[in-house]
Design a protein around this ligand. Structure first.
Ligand code: SF4
Ligand code: SF4
Length: 351
C-alpha cells in the first residue's frame, strides 16, 4: 500500500481506534484454553470488513489476510470440506493478536438481547447485554469502525464485508436507505436520504447513485460533485461524477473528469471504459480502441470490455484483432453467447 495514500491513512486511523477502544479487560487470559469463537462453528456472529483485512495484510502479511478472508467466508475445498475449520491464526492462542479483527476483540464481552454466547464460553455471565439492533450504539468503537469501512469504499469500491454483514442501525436513515438500495427500491431510499442524513462523502455518493437510478441526472451530478469536494482524493467519486455528467449531457466536463481519473490512476478500468464509450459515441473508433485496450489490460477478467474492444476493432475493419478479442470473451461464461453470435455473424467457424 502506498505511503500517505488515503487507504494507508485509514489503516492508521483503525490502529488508533483499536488503541483507544474502551473494552472490558481481564487481568488474565479470560478464555483459558477455550477457542470456540476462533472456529468456523463459533463464527456465526463474526463480521470482518475488508478494511480489517487490509490492516492484517499491511501489519502482518497479505497471505495472513487472504487466509482470514477464506476463513470468515467459510470457503470449502473441492471435497466440500471447510478450508479452515479453525482460524488459520490460531495456534494455542492467537498469533496475530495485536492485529486481530474487531469482532475478535469484542466477542464474549457483549451479547445482543435474545442471543446466547457459545456453550461453555468462560465469559458467560460477565458479558454486557445490549438491545436488539443496538450493537452500533452499545459496543465501543463499532460505529467508528463502520465510518472507516464506509470511507474505504470511497477508494476501493469492492471493499465490502468479507464475512457476515451487520444489519445496521434501524434508527439511522442512512442505514435504512442502504437496505432499500440493496433491494433497488430507489424511491424509498430517496425518502430515507431526505430525512436529515449527516453530510458525508459516502452519504452523498449513495444519494448520487439513488438519484441517477431514478433518472434525476442533474441532482445526481450535484450529489457526486459535493462528494468530490468532501473526498478530493476519491477517484471513485470523480469517476462517478464524470460518468454521470456524460449521461446528463455535460459531455466536455464528463470527459475532463474521467481524464483526470486516468491521469492519476492509469489503470482505472471503469474510467478507461467510459472514455472508450465517449470516443465510440463521437465515432472516433481508433480513440475508443485505445481506451478499451488499456481497460482490457487493466481488467483482463472483465470480458464485456473485450466485447467493446472487438466492436471498436470491427468499426476499423481490423478483423483479426476483433476475432482475437471475441475468442477471448468466449472463454467467459457471462459473454460466451454474445461472443459466439458475433463470431458467427462475422463468418467465423466456432471450434
Ligand atoms: S484472529 Fe485470533 S482471535 Fe480472531 S479468530 Fe483468529 S485466532 Fe481467534
Ligand atoms: S470469548 Fe468465550 S467462546 Fe470465545 S474463546 Fe473466549 S471463552 Fe471461548
Amino acid at each position: 500500500m502506498i505511503e500517505n495514500s488515503p487507504e494507508k491513512k485509514l489503516l492508521d486511523r483503525l490502529e488508533q481506534l483499536y488503541a483507544e477502544q474502551q473494552l472490558p479487560t481481564s487481568p488474565h487470559n479470560a478464555c483459558g484454553s477455550c477457542f470456540t469463537c476462533c472456529t468456523a462453528r463459533g463464527l456465526t456472529r463474526h463480521a470482518v470488513s475488508e478494511l480489517e483485512l487490509a490492516y492484517l495484510a499491511d501489519r502482518v502479511s497479505p497471505a495472513a489476510a487472504d487466509a482470514m478472508r477464506s476463513y470468515v467466508r467459510r470457503e470449502r475445498n473441492e471435497a466440500g470440506e471447510l478450508r479452515y475449520p479453525v482460524c488459520p491464526h490460531y495456534q494455542e492462542g492467537c498469533t496475530v493478536y495485536p492485529h486481530r479483527p474487531f469482532s475478535c476483540r469484542v466477542f464474549g464481552h457483549f451479547r445482543e438481547q435474545g442471543s446466547r454466547l457459545p456453550e461453555g464460553c468462560l465469559l458467560s455471565g460477565s458479558e454486557r447485554e445490549f438491545p436488539r439492533g443496538g450493537a452500533l450504539s452499545s459496543v465501543p468503537g463499532s460505529s467508528e469502525l463502520r465510518e472507516l469501512v464506509r470511507e474505504l469504499s470511497l477508494y476501493e469500491p469492492a471493499a465490502s464485508q468479507a464475512g457476515t454483514v451487520e444489519p445496521g442501525d434501524p434508527h439511522d436513515p442512512l442505514d435504512r436507505a442502504l437496505v432499500h438500495v440493496a433491494a433497488r427500491r430507489w424511491p424509498e431510499a430517496l425518502k430515507e436520504l431526505s430525512q436529515g442524513v449527516r453530510e458525508s462523502a459516502f452519504a452523498l455518493q449513495t444519494l448520487g447513485l439513488v438519484q441517477s437510478s431514478l433518472g434525476d441526472l442533474p441532482a445526481a451530478v450535484r450529489a457526486y460533485a459535493r462528494a468530490c469536494e468532501l473526498a478530493p482524493d476519491s477517484l471513485e467519486c470523480l469517476c462517478q461524477l464524470g460518468s454521470t455528467r456524460l449521461f446528463a449531457g455535460e459531455f466536455a466536463r464528463g470527459v475532463q473528469d474521467l481524464e483526470a481519473v486516468v491521469a492519476r490512476s492509469p489503470e482505472h478500468a471503469a474510467a478507461l471504459s467510459m472514455l472508450g464509450s465517449c470516443y465510440t459515441l463521437a465515432s472516433d473508433h481508433a480513440g475508443a480502441a485505445h481506451y478499451y485496450e488499456r481497460a482490457v489490460r487493466a481488467a483482463p477478467d472483465q470480458p464485456e470490455l473485450r466485447l467493446r474492444l472487438a466492436s471498436a476493432y470491427l468499426e476499423q475493419q481490423n478483423i483479426a484483432a476483433a476475432r482475437e478479442q471475441l475468442e477471448a470473451a468466449r472463454a467467459f461464461e457471462a459473454t460466451r453467447e454474445v461472443a459466439e453470435r458475433a463470431l458467427l455473424a462475422g463468418g467465423f467457424e466456432l471450434d
